[in-house]
Write a protein that binds this ligand. Structure first.
Ligand code: NAD
Length: 349
């Protein structure tokens, strides 16, 4: 692993991952390909700008000519594919871009990786690839659908996505799997639970609630707020991806989660308490259509087979995260201006 192409590296998890590998590895080159949609922000990467191993390219994962050029120019041997439309609410109002980016974009990347890495690209029966190449698809536990009160998702839980977002991610995972089975492309898929931490766009639960509470705005909570998610600090997710790249068995799926189940309303109350704000700011709003009730990840495979363990406790992680948002209000102001405000009005008013 020498030259990594990170797609979506200006987004929340991607930017944390770029910083993580520059800090934790002797990787030669990190090429960050990002379209800079509303969710991508180069301010997330200020710490990397002076690292000569880091290269930013603004572009679309669906642009095959650009991809071919990048694979050749930077001698890419590893792809870590984050780029996606990632917000479930937006997938309800604009499903098409989710299918286009998340499914067709993934397929474009797979095609270019296959053709660049295959030793005999014109031989359809050949399954021989250059040494040590790998395509890692960053996916989500949402592909498995919703759980009742009991049970956990394992890697063999059938996919049953319920939103256009999760359907697009499940479809992309299927295409990645097919490229492994049909063409022998060396792949892994990671399916992680909900992430939290620095640089998360404030449309997602935790930064949204911190931002509103800080500004004495109402905190919109969907339905009864009893939707349960399994929360993981973004740095633990980055470490899990890095572990899979180094030790994961080719072709395998690894679930990633921190055994940290919390109902949304619990998190909202915890944020209010930590900020010293009253619970009267909570405003229950009509539930999201098709809102999954509960997700929970069984992380036995990645912990026992690869030795990965989450390092953050939720209490430590959430405290640090709240503090980060308080200390970085300028970042929040920048990303909450303009288009985002119109979108916010549409969703919650
Ligand atoms: N956030 C979570 O809790 C979570 C959990 C599990 C898995 N994931 C997955 O991790 C990945 C990253 O999630 P995130 O929360 O960081 O998302 P994000 O929305 O913060 O970032 C997505 C990035 O992709 C870029 N992008 C979008 N379309 C593009 C295109 N066509 N070409 C190039 N770049 C494009 C955006 O500009 C942005 O920088 C996604 O694939 C998501 O499905 C997220």
């Amino acid at each position: 692993m020498k030259n990594i192409l990170v797609t979506g590296g200006a987004g929340f998890i991607g930017s944390n991952f770029v910083q993580y590998i520059l800090d934790h590895s002797d990787i030669i080159r990190v090429v960050n390909l990002d379209l800079l949609t509303y969710a991508g922000n180069l301010a997330n990467l200020k710490g990397c700008e002076n690292d000569e191993r880091y290269h930013f390219v603004r572009g679309d994962i669906r642009d095959r000519e650009l991809l071919k050029q990048l694979f050749s120019e930077y001698e890419i041997d590893t792809v870590v594919h984050f780029a996606a439309e990632s917000h479930v609410d937006r997938s309800i109002t604009e499903p098409e871009i989710f299918l286009s980016t998340n499914v067709l974009g993934t397929q474009a990347l797979l095609d270019v990786a296959k053709d660049s890495w295959k030793i005999e690209p014109d031989n359809k029966y050949s399954r021989e690839y250059r040494e040590a190449v790998r395509f890692l698809q960053v996916s989500t536990d949402e592909v498995y659908g919703a759980l009742g009160k009991e049970g956990m998702f394992t890697e063999v839980t059938p996919m049953a996505p319920n939103s256009p977002y999760s359907a697009s991610k499940a479809s992309a995972d299927m295409v990645v799997r097919a490229y492994h089975n049909t063409f022998g492309l060396p792949i892994n898929i990671t399916r992680c639970s909900n992430n939290y931490g620095p640089y998360q766009f404030p449309e997602k639960l935790i930064p949204l609630m911190i931002h509103n509470a800080q500004n004495d705005k109402s905190l919109p909570v969907y339905g009864d707020g009893m939707q349960v998610r399994d929360w993981l600090h973004v740095k633990d997710h980055c470490a899990a991806i890095w572990t899979v790249l180094q030790k994961g068995r080719i072709g395998e799926v690894y679930n990633v989660g921190g055994n940290n189940e919390k109902a949304n309303i619990e998190i909202v109350k915890l944020i209010l308490k930590q900020l010293g704000k009253p619970e009267s700011l909570i405003e229950y709003v009509q539930d999201r259509p098709g809102h999954d009730r509960r997700y929970a990840i069984d992380n036995t495979k990645i912990t026992t087979e690869l030795g990965w363990q989450p390092e953050y406790t939720f209490e430590q992680g959430i405290e640090e995260t709240i503090e980060w948002y308080l200390q970085n209000s300028e970042w929040v102001e920048n990303v909450t201006s303009g288009d985002y405000l119109q979108y916010y009005e549409l969703m919650y008013n």
